[in-house]
Design a protein around this ligand. Structure first.
Ligand code: 26W
Length: 804
């Protein structure tokens, strides 16, 4: 499509679809009109793709979260019309970015796990794999964060307030989901058992499909999001009484709640009934859909389902897919247990994303029994057979049965269910998978060694480099040509330019330009002026104790104290930028947010500091904000307590944009280090073995560090006493957590090595040429962290999928 044609189409659609001419049109009008242009381009390909997939093996990625963010710009990019759309908009007198920003982020995820699912969809389509996402169409996404007097306030994120132009409601494909009721067992004449469900609550799952556009390949996959609606009003029982009418409205309301909102906590498991309803709702709707599709496209029996279908379970949240498929195979399709089990365990594959024990899902068994009686029976049977199997076949593990049983201590352990019911179990970075095999899931690894495998996470380089950093992408293409876009590993060709000072200078210029743009944005948003020549030191991720934003704050406070003691100290100016949401009920995390904001207001306004330090907390961190920050990062803070961060993916995004990592040997940082080498990354602190050893054998006493390191004592006392001249700055909970709960995340232990590594950062930054060479080295190796590589591995090693 030429620019001129686009201009014509836009003007025409403005008239026919918005009733506007170009003079009266707003940015919002342009947003809707361009979306409609994309949909026109894409819809034909969508039909053709789905039709061509019919006979192929398909993967269904089941996930409670898909954090897709905005879609217009990436859809334009992938359909190959971004440049011309930009030109057309400019011609018509509009700023493209202002138009794209009209789209409300689809914030249907908490963080890493949800964004990973979105990157995977992009790679699946771009690599022409027949794959679909299945999720929930929450009416409210992750809360919108406001900072008021330094405190986090949560506002509902009603992202569907205005029409969402990417979705299509498919009412004809709605399915029914049953909750509660009772199960009756009958023996049939042939001696087989039949299960009948009575008095269940019925809920309708209505699918909304979103196109997932491959990169310039005419492939369009689907993301199917289910919405809960009540079934037809029950006219049999209608009376004239108004209370009955109210009762029905109440009932309708409670059903719609199932897809009402996304749970905003990704750190502490909470056994809420509504949450398990959401999980079963997703799972039952998706499995019903998958079986219908299979039957429509294949003439063979469900015995051959594993030849055509593979289901990836994104963490344990959708692991009821296992008993649900068993239920359908046995109760509806009349398979016996053994055959049903064989089919199920050849279809299901499970990815683990966390080893934090407080995040593991364990449902009270009474809850599952009441809400999903038949599913409970099936889990119970899976458990019985599994435990019996251990008893007879692995006598050496008999003692461990209580620790392996799916149902134990009146709880259903979802990770154990997922392991037992899947043919593949994968972690998301090398060290994480090793910890699963050697520690968290040791006995399961002993039982099922072949099932365990690693798939190191990745990110889509299309969104996270091509789209968000067009100047860097162009510079890269200027020197190594455009092939890296299809084959991100080719970025390695940049290594040849690490000594080319004119190229390095250009790299520096691109970064500086991105930093200037971010400085303007920060000034607009917060009123804070930042020094464009300062080091932009960025930590953006959910707020968790283990991610140790607190360690970063201690470093800032230390620099502040030093500058207060000696205002003429010569340090390279630094800008510390944070973005982080805390789970609404996570008290300590919210204290840290308050602390960052308080430190910001003190440091930024202290004349003694002479602008050498600035601290910025940007509210409402989300995908769109990440897109603005990442291209401007000099330093990427990846400082989790070693062993705690399963992988991390922000580390990959920032590296791909030329930032240097300050990090612990945790998650994918280790693999980044292996590729770029120790000279191109700043590694510090305890490693995972040391941390795990302390947890197991003790030997760490935080108070000793407080007593011997004056810098630490000073900072902690400042927190305890409210030493910054304001009553409000009292952080006793943080203080007590460190000194009385013995600093569970080793902030004090890693404090000194962290300061040391930051001194190296500062020295390194003084040599711009050397810095830019390190930056290029990071970009050059970042291709290995493209989610195309990850998806390629899932497809060939787990899914056994063929490209279309
Ligand atoms: C309490 C409910 C709950 C528990 C855990 C909700 C969500 C979770 C997720 C598993 C947390 C999560 O997002 N984990 C992150 O997954 C990323 C993608 O694999 C990794 O890169 C991160 O290291 C990991 O923290």
């Amino acid at each position: 499509m030429t620019t001129k044609r686009l201009v014509d189409q836009i003007t025409k659609k403005l008239k026919t679809e918005r009733g506007k001419d170009i003079k009266s049109a707003s940015n919002k009008d342009l947003y809707y009109v361009i979306t409609s242009v994309v949909n026109d381009v894409v819809n034909g390909d969508w039909m053709v793709t789905q039709d061509k997939y019919k006979k192929k093996k398909q993967v269904y990625y089941l996930s409670m979260e898909f954090l897709v963010g905005r879609l217009l710009e990436s859809n334009l990019l992938n359909s190959g019309i971004l440049e011309r759309a930009n030109e057309a908009l400019l011609k018509l007198g509009f700023q493209p970015q202002q138009v794209y920003e009209q789209e409300h982020d689809a914030g249907l995820g908490n963080g890493g796990l949800g964004r990973l699912a979105a990157c995977f969809l992009d790679s699946l389509a771009s690599l022409k794999y027949p794959g679909h996402g299945c999720g929930i169409r929450y009416r409210y996404g992750l809360f919108e964060q406001r900072i008021i007097h330094g405190h986090q306030i949560e506002l509902p994120d009603y992202w569907l307030k205005e029409e969402y132009p990417w979705e299509t409601r498919k009412i004809d494909q709605a399915v029914e989901i049953h909750f509660g009721g009772n199960v009756h067992m009958h023996e049939k004449n042939d001696g087989t058992l039949e299960f009948k469900y009575e008095n269940t609550d019925k809920v309708m799952a209505v699918p909304y499909d979103i196109p997932i556009i491959g990169y310039r390949n005419n492939i369009v996959n689907s993301l199917r999001l289910w919405s809960a609606e009540s079934t037809e009003i029950d006219t049999d029982h209608l009376t004239s009484q108004t209370d009955h009418y109210y009762h029905q409205l109440d009932h309708k309301h409670s059903i719609e709640q199932i897809s009402g909102f996304l749970y905003p906590d990704d750190s502490h498991f909470e056994g809420k009934t509504l949450r398990i309803k959401q999980q079963y709702f997703l799972v039952s709707a998706s499995i019903q859909h998958i079986i219908k599709e299979y039957k429509k496209n294949n003439r063979r029996s469900l015995k051959y389902l594993p030849d055509k279908v593979v289901i990836q379970i994104n963490d344990t949240h959708p692991s009821l897919a296992i008993p649900e498929l068993m239920r359908i195979l046995m109760d509806q399709e009349r398979y016996g247990w053994d055959e049903a089990w064989k089919i199920t365990t050849s279809v299901m594959a499970y990815t683990n994303h966390t080893t934090l024990s407080e995040a593991l899902e364990k449902w009270p068994k009474g809850m599952i029994k009441d809400l999903l009686p038949r599913i409970y029976m099936i889990i119970d049977e899976i458990n019985e057979r599994f435990c019996k199997g251990i008893w007879f076949d692995y006598p050496e593990l008999r003692d461990k049965i209580p620790a392996l049983a799916i149902i134990a201590d009146d709880q259903v352990h979802m990770a154990r269910l997922a392991i037992v019911g899947s043919f593949s179990i994968n972690g998301v970075a090398r060290i994480h998978t090793e910890i699963l095999k050697k520690k968290e899931m040791k006995d399961f690894y002993y039982l099922f060694p072949k099932r365990f495998n690693n798939k190191t996470n990745g990110i889509t380089h299309r969104r996270w480099l091509l789209q968000v950093n067009p100047n860097l992408a162009k510079l890269v293409t200027d020197v190594i040509g455009p092939k890296w876009i299809q084959r991100p590993n080719d970025l390695i060709g940049l290594l040849r330019y690490t000594k080319d000072s004119s190229f390095l200078e250009k790299i520096g210029q691109v970064k500086n330009e991105n930093k200037r743009i971010l400085a303007d944005f920060i000034h607009d948003r917060t009123g804070i002026t930042i020094d464009e020549n300062s080091i932009y030191d960025i930590q953006i991720k959910r707020l968790h104790e283990y991610k140790r934003q607190l360690l970063n704050v201690f470093h800032i406070l230390h620099l502040y104290n030093e500058l207060k003691d000696n205002p003429s100290l010569d340090i390279t100016p630094r800008t510390f930028i944070f973005g982080a949401k805390a789970a609404p009920s996570y008290h300590l995390a919210k204290e840290v947010i308050k602390l960052i904001n308080q430190v910001a207001s003190i440091v930024n306004n202290d004349k003694d500091i002479r602008g050498k330090l600035k601290v910025v907390f940007l509210e409402n961190y989300n995908v769109s904000l990440a897109e603005k920050l990442i291209p401007a990062a000099d330093i990427s803070e990846q400082i989790s307590t070693a062993s705690k961060e399963a992988s991390g993916t922000g580390n990959m995004k920032m590296m791909m944009n030329g930032a240097l990592t300050v990090g612990t040997l945790d998650g994918a940082n280790i693999e980044i280090r292996d590729f770029v080498g120790n000279n191109n990354i700043f590694i510090f602190g305890l490693n995972a073995d040391q941390v795990l050893d302390y947890y197991q054998n003790g030997g760490y006493i935080a108070r000793d560090i407080y007593n011997t390191d004056d810098r630490v004592k000073r900072i902690l006392d400042q927190l305890n006493e409210g030493a910054f001249g304001s009553q409000e700055i009292e952080y006793k909970d943080i203080y007590y957590n460190i000194l009385y709960h013995n600093d569970p995340y080793f902030v004090l232990k890693d404090f000194d090595p962290y300061l040391e590594i930051h001194e190296l950062v500062e020295q390194a930054y003084r040599d711009k040429n050397a810095w830019n060479a390190m930056s290029v080295t990071n970009i050059a190796h970042s291709g290995k962290f493209s989610s195309d590589r990850t998806i390629q591995e899932y497809a060939s090693e787990i899914w056994k999928l063929k490209k279309y």
